[in-house]
Design a protein around this ligand. Structure first.
Ligand code: ADP
Length: 440
């Protein structure tokens, strides 16, 4: 039923179209034969017969295929124009750098992000002139030839090392012949991903190297104790003491590695318990008194009279200040004095913050090392760090803990004049009115 209905409506539409196209002819024929008949030039019957004949001839002449091709010609998309506002608007709305090319490989449109990735690209110019990456140009050629999407990775050294992925997608209307009308070239920046991969690989290599060294020492001593030193009680005592130091070092390293991974796992969770930095600092200073005495260093602590409240994890913050003060005692004992200063300050965003500065008067740190000190396993002097029982992870832990607390670490140092490590933490409350005092 539906088909019959459809064919009837198609047929009547076709008739209406034929009559529309014949309307001028019909009107002329009616006027002509009506005039001839009324003026008596032609009798009624021949006039009618002549009219019918002309209409029939006209119907046959217009009975060809309907005029659809003209309509479909109108619907076919025109070849994309350089700077086409619609294409430009679509690209501008995309989050990735994207370039649109025409059939000839000329740039039709590009968004601002693509301009940043390939600044030499110009609208209306061949893509090969502005983008001198052979892998990408070859992928564009393949996409145009095969009509299939292509993906390539490439590396740029200038201005800085960056890894990209280029996706080339040919776009052609259904059933179109003669290759795609438009080719879209999109870039993805793979650099952050690659950096993480590199860091992970470096980390595993460093961690296993750090563990292997004490392990090699331990197995060496075990061999000696089983062999040459078997019957030598004095050597046995000495070796056992060294083995103990190496075993402790391995334990510390594993402990630091586990802490780092736990803090990284919780990096997105901001601690929500109120803790007092003054009380925490007092505990840390008390705990390190023995080490300070051993190193012949005086630790002076200055703090506001009242508490400095921040949202934090007590154990993690103890770890931060222990690391900073311990480092000052280990690497800057020659300065004979370490100052711990707790104070109020203003963060970069203008909000109040608590500042805990640990200042020493030791050898200081050369400026080229400062930006790298918080990297895992980075040490200014590896043998000194090892001699001091360091793992090279202390400042990495400090940085991660402070980040998790919404804070940061700043380091200032002048060679020969000591160093200041300052922890900045967002403040919840402080009794600002109380005068500064010295604890302990
Ligand atoms: P480590 O376990 O080696 O102490 P850290 O991450 O705590 O590792 O410190 C990294 C390096 O920074 C240390 O090896 C040392 O070279 C340097 N460093 C840290 N604190 C100080 C300081 N107060 N004075 C001089 N150098 C320091």
């Amino acid at each position: 039923m539906a088909t019959t209905h459809e064919s009837e409506s198609v047929r009547s539409a076709r008739w209406r179209e034929r009559l529309r196209r014949m309307r001028l002819l019909l009107a002329t024929a009616i006027i002509l034969f009506a005039g001839l008949w009324t003026t008596g030039e032609l009798p009624g019957l021949p006039a009618l017969a002549g009219f019918v004949l002309i209409v029939a001839a006209a119907l046959i002449a217009t009975g060809g295929p309907p005029t659809m091709p003209a309509a479909s010609r109108r619907d076919a998309p025109p070849a994309p124009r350089v700077g086409d506002p619609l294409i430009e608007a679509v690209l501008a709305g995309l989050p990735d750098p994207v370039v649109a090319l025409n059939r000839q490989g000329d740039v039709v449109a590009l968004n601002a992000r693509a301009g940043a990735v390939a600044p030499a690209l110009r609208r209306g110019e061949p893509v090969s002139r502005g983008l001198r990456v052979p892998e990408v140009l070859e992928a564009i050629r393949r996409a145009r030839a095969t009509g299939g999407a292509q993906r390539v990775e490439f590396f740029e050294r200038v201005p800085i090392d960056r890894w990209y992925e280029a996706i080339v997608t040919p776009i052609a209307p259904a059933g179109a012949a003669g290759g795609p009308d438009l080719v879209l070239l999109a870039f993805h920046d793979l650099t952050p991903l690659r950096r993480v991969e590199e860091m992970r690989a470096d980390f595993v290599a460093n961690a296993s190297h750090e563990l292997r060294t004490p392990l090699a020492a331990l197995s060496g001593f075990i061999d000696t104790l089983q062999g040459p030193a078997k019957e030598d009680p004095a050597a046995r005592e000495r070796f056992l003491a060294i083995m103990q130091v190496q075993a402790n070092r391995m334990a510390r390293l594993i402990d630091d590695l586990l802490s780092l991974s736990r803090i990284e796992l919780n990096a997105h969770l901001r601690p929500d318990k109120e803790v007092d930095l003054v009380a925490i600092m007092r505990q840390v200073a008390d705990g390190l008194q023995t080490l300070a005495r051993d190193r012949d260093v005086e630790v002076k602590t200055a703090a506001p009279g009242g508490p400095l409240i921040v949202l934090g994890d007590r154990d993690e913050l103890i770890r931060v200040f222990e690391n900073l003060v311990e480092n000052a005692l280990k690497y800057a004992a020659s300065g004979k004095q370490v100052d711990i200063r707790l104070a109020l300050g203003q963060a970069v965003d203008g909000k109040p913050e608590a500042r805990v500065a640990v200042r020493d008067y030791g050898p200081g740190i050369a400026p080229e090392h400062l930006p790298r000190l918080t990297e895992r396993f980075y040490r200014v002097d590896v043998s000194e760090s090892r001699a001091q029982g360091g793992t090279g992870l202390g400042l990495a832990l400090v940085k991660h803990i402070l980040n998790r607390h919404g804070g940061r670490l700043t380091i200032e140092s002048v060679l020969g004049q000591g160093a200041t490590f300052t922890a900045h933490l967002p403040l919840v409350a402080a009794k600002e009115t109380l005068p500064a005092s010295t604890i302990a």
